[in-house]
Design a protein around this ligand. Structure first.
Ligand code: NOJ
Length: 522
């Protein structure tokens, strides 16, 4: 979540730490165990906080250091852990390091960034935001040299070839661990470690730096963890987790995510099954963070053009819904637009091998605002009630508009209304999360995809400490017959709370369109 869009306590139109603290009971009751905070440090907010001007500070809009400390204490008291986004790849160009770097090419800070006097041939290749970003080497007018930036022009990359920059990264990590952080969502990992010297060919990645950060963090706080943002191919997973799990403890499973969207769009499961299997081979103590949506676009860059087109057709047909020639800038609710399929997707998220990660507002089915630019469409303020500004702020105007039009407007979609309504998405999800907590198999078990009797039903079996679970998810909008071969067993349906049996080593059940089952085998 973003502190700035969650809950405003002082009526200035921005969410803040005091507001977030007041909502800890809400998060705890929903079943949240760890809060991931997107960047809350001082920033001109040109990339929504991923452009930082002081790594050790707190954006005054989010509150004071005292408000932050109080939040951290209260989170501990609620037994909720807190991790923060750690943006080490770049700074804002308004950061004083960069300003000193551009003022003088003899300043020590000059060497904290990556420069070249002549424009490299490939200056306009490899942009992270194609269509919006024009180049990755931009001319600095003050110095008349080109600086490197993988992201927007106002986010110059730090130079990790320089040991002083690495030392500063440890300093930042250590500082926030001391402030109580339980870990970090490491932003843009492949770019932090990419070796970059203008003109040089075939430069690699400094994977040792990940190992060193892991050691540093673990030495300061043994149970703190690194959760990496690295949208990489399965064959690269080991580089990021480490051969023996000695690098990042967790990674987001971007690869499976894109194939899941293809499966949701088409009902075709083969590629998704393959993606799950290809991402299975990770060290025993490493863990996937599974997600459906996050604060960025759904990145479909690893699908073929034809596959991506099919996902666009189903989930983001208008040009305005698409972004960076590879993704969709909508929330899941509006993309699926079918409450059964939506629930099926969440049931899958909460039962995939690994740890589920959800975005604030998904629990009530918040929508998006396509009038906002790029990824801001999915970053609108939390909808708490049907009062003014969705109960997010008392200010005359929130810093970003709340959704007040259309099917997902805050009069219809908000926490207060959904908490009262027994059949709401919120109540369904809170219950699902409770049931998941009785199923350690999903987090720790061995798992395999088993024959389900239908090409459109995904069946996964989990085993952990002698206990077995089977989940079934029907990706088709039509009823499908599932048939499982099992030695004589009783199956307890955890979601419906009833018991079924196998007959002659077979278990048959019909699954309505987009329905799902979680069975415990006895
Ligand atoms: C990845 C973040 O998820 C995205 O929101 C941000 O724009 C870039 N990194 C740059 O920090």
């Amino acid at each position: 979540m973003d502190v700035r869009t969650f809950k405003d306590s002082n009526g200035d139109g921005y969410g803040d730490f005091k507001g977030l603290t007041s909502k800890l009971d809400y998060l705890k009751n929903l079943g949240v165990e760890i809060i991931w905070l997107s960047p809350f440090q001082p920033s001109p907010l040109l990339d929504d906080g991923y452009d930082i001007t002081n790594f050790f500070g707190i954006d005054p809009k989010c509150g004071t250091k005292k408000d932050f400390d109080e939040f951290m204490q209260q989170a501990k008291a609620h037994h909720v852990r807190v991790i923060m986004d750690m943006v080490l790849n770049h700074t804002s160009n308004q950061h004083q390091w960069f300003q000193q770097a551009e003022n003088s090419d003899t300043s020590k800070y000059h060497f904290w960034y990556v420069w070249t006097k002549t424009r490299p041939k490939d200056y306009n290749k490899g942009m992270v935001f194609p269509g919006v970003q024009k180049e990755i080497w931009s001319l600095d007018p003050k110095l008349n040299e080109y600086y490197y930036h993988r992201f927007y022009k106002f986010q110059p990359d730090l130079n990790y070839d320089n040991p002083m920059v690495k030392a500063e990264a440890y300093h930042i990590l250590g500082y926030w661990l001391k402030q109580g952080m339980d870990g970090f969502r490491l932003d843009a990992v492949p770019f932090i470690i990419e070796e970059m010297r203008p003109g040089a060919k075939n430069l690699g990645h400094d994977f040792d730096f990940i190992t060193q950060m892991r050691h540093y963090v673990q030495a300061q706080k043994p149970d703190a963890f690194l959760l990496g943002e690295a949208n990489v191919l399965p064959k690269e997973n080991q580089d990021y987790f480490g051969k023996k799990g000695e690098r990042m403890q967790m990674l987001f499973n971007f690869f499976a995510n894109q194939h899941l969207f293809y499966a949701l769009a088409t009902g075709k499961l083969d590629e998704y099954k393959k993606a799950l299997q290809e991402t299975d081979n990770i060290p025993p103590a490493s863990q996937w963070a599974n997600f459906l949506r996050n604060h960025d676009e759904v990145d479909l860059g690893r699908l073929s053009n034809a596959q991506r087109e099919q996902v666009y057709q189903k989930m983001g047909p208008q040009k305005n819904m698409q972004l960076y020639n590879r993704g969709i800038r909508r929330r899941l609710t509006t993309m699926l637009h079918n409450s059964l399929q939506l629930k099926m997707a969440y049931s899958l998220l909460f039962s995939l091998p690994g740890t589920p990660v959800m975005r604030y507002g998904d629990e009530i089915g918040m929508g998006d605002d396509l009038n906002l630019k790029e990824r801001l469409s999915v970053r609108t303020p939390m909808q708490w009630s049907d009062e003014k500004n969705a109960g997010f702020t008392n200010a005359a105007k929130p810093f970003r508009p709340v959704i007040s039009q259309g099917e997902y407007n805050y009069h219809l979609v908000n926490v207060a209304t959904e908490q009262k309504e027994p059949k709401s998405l919120y109540n369904w999800m809170a219950k699902l999360i409770k049931i998941r907590k009785t199923c350690p198999e999903f987090s720790f078990g061995e798992w395999e995809i088993i024959p389900s009797g239908s090409p459109e039903i995904l069946a996964i079996q989990y085993n952990y400490l002698g206990k077995t679970l089977i989940t079934l998810h029907n990706f088709s909008n039509k009823s499908e017959q599932a048939m499982l071969s099992l030695s004589p067993k009783k199956l307890t349906d955890l979601l419906e709370n009833n018991t079924n049996s196998t007959i002659n080593g077979k278990f048959k059940t019909a699954l309505n369109g987009y329905s799902f089952k979680w069975y415990r085998l006895n």
